[in-house]
Design a protein around this ligand. Structure first.
Ligand SMILES: [Zn+2]
Length: 92
């Protein structure tokens, strides 16, 4: 298991973040990150098929490294999601 911290590159123009590991890279838009938020609250919304957010112009307001992943705070006020590196790598 690769738990290395990736390099994060925020692209304000395309509203996305690149996560770059030595062996893998992934790009997620802010919107997509909001939709895949791994916190219990958003997980249960997804299970019930409830929209995660009604904000279609979401942006990332803060990134806080947590060692095993990153806490991402969003412009809709949601800051409960800590995105483990392994989780980000597992999203197709
Ligand atoms: Zn969440």
């Amino acid at each position: 298991m690769q738990l290395l911290k990736p390099e994060l590159i925020v692209d304000v123009q395309s509203k996305s973040i690149d996560f770059i590991w030595p062996d893998y890279r992934a790009r997620f838009t802010y919107q997509r990150l909001r939709e895949i938020c791994p916190c219990a609250f958003c997980r249960s919304k997804r299970i019930k098929n409830i929209d995660i957010t009604d904000d279609q112009n979401i942006f990332v307001t803060e990134l806080n490294h947590q060692g095993y992943g990153v806490q991402i705070c969003f412009s809709d006020g949601h800051d409960k999601g800590i995105f483990p590196w392994e989780y980000l790598k597992s999203i197709p």
